[in-house]
Design a protein around this ligand. Structure first.
Ligand code: ZN
Length: 295
């Protein structure tokens, strides 16, 4: 949690004009955690964690092939592939690659995996130009934030679905963190019960410019729309692109045969969203004050 908070502070500073050198240093520092391996495991039902210690990647398995949601940095691809194999699945069986949002830390491995598996890439409509351009919205000149461009085969809007092997994932437009930020929901089996699960896109401010952002007009309204939706959206299992957002490491320690699944918690998502809204309001006030100060 401490690392996440520190990253947030530094990223917020960068968003308002810190030097390119500090951006490079910060990325280099976080890259260590982002590339540190972790054991893959079954989260619940057919959802498996195949990401790294610091960046999530989810494998949704079905009898007719698999869906992979997000990658990490490009150098983490061998880990992700190794984790899929370790759980007894085949990378070649991936039929769909889904992306929550077009930021380099979740997209770096997509181009290579797409080429290797020939899977279809689905992403939010407004993230398509970012994925195909390989840049961070509003920070187009920052080389540290670039990634290998990748072709989007199908864009999705609110309520669109993708079905495979009896599993249906539904796209939810949750813009703000990126223009086409997309959260995915699905139902999973948990013993005799059926649980609803969300892989939330993200709602942190990160490097985003909230005041006069030329490449993401309406960014503040987008965040607010997402918070308004997510505040009351009820879901049993909350998952996200960064494992610390939902206490992945702590929860996995509590998985035990016969015990309730620690990832099932009907309040976790709404509680997290409430914290995000508070952080967003503070970041917006700060960026507004800084913009005023520069006038
Ligand atoms: Zn992001």
């Amino acid at each position: 949690m401490r690392i996440a908070a520190a990253l947030f502070c530094v990223l917020a500073a960068l968003a308002t004009g810190a030097s390119a050198q500090s951006l490079k240093d910060v990325i280099a520092k976080y890259t260590i955690a982002w590339n540190t391996p972790t054991e893959p495991f079954n989260i619940i039902g057919n959802i498996h964690y195949v990401g790294t210690n610091g960046l999530a990647s989810y494998l949704i398995t079905t009898p007719e092939g698999h869906v992979l949601i997000d990658t990490g940095l490009p150098e983490a691809n061998p880990q992700i592939k190794g984790s899929i194999a370790k759980l007894g699945f085949k990378v070649a069986d991936i039929k769909y690659l889904l992306n929550t949002h077009a930021h380099f830390d979740h997209t770096g491995g997509l181009a290579e995996l797409k080429q290797e598996t020939r899977a279809q890439l689905l992403a939010g409509e407004r993230d398509k130009p970012l994925l195909e351009g390989g840049t961070y919205p509003g920070q187009e000149s920052a080389v540290e934030l670039k990634f290998q461009p990748v072709k989007v085969d199908r864009t999705v809007a609110e309520g669109d679905t993708v079905s495979l092997g009896g599993v249906t994932l539904t796209a939810h437009a949750t813009p703000g963190h990126s223009p086409g930020c997309t959260s995915w929901t699905l139902n999973v089996k948990d013993g005799d019960s059926t649980r609803s699960a969300i892989i939330f896109c993200s709602g942190t401010v990160a490097l985003n410019r909230l005041v006069s952002n030329p490449t993401h007009p309406g960014i503040v309204e987008d965040y607010k729309k997402t918070f308004a939706w997510a505040r009351d959206y009820k879901v049993d299992v909350f998952l996200a692109p960064h494992p610390e957002m939902y206490g992945m490491h702590e929860k996995r320690q509590r998985i035990a045969a016969g015990a309730p699944n620690p990832f099932v918690n009907r309040d976790a998502f709404n509680t997290y969203i409430a914290g995000l809204e508070t952080a967003f309001d503070a970041a917006l006030a700060k960026q507004k004050a800084e913009t005023e100060g520069k006038k």
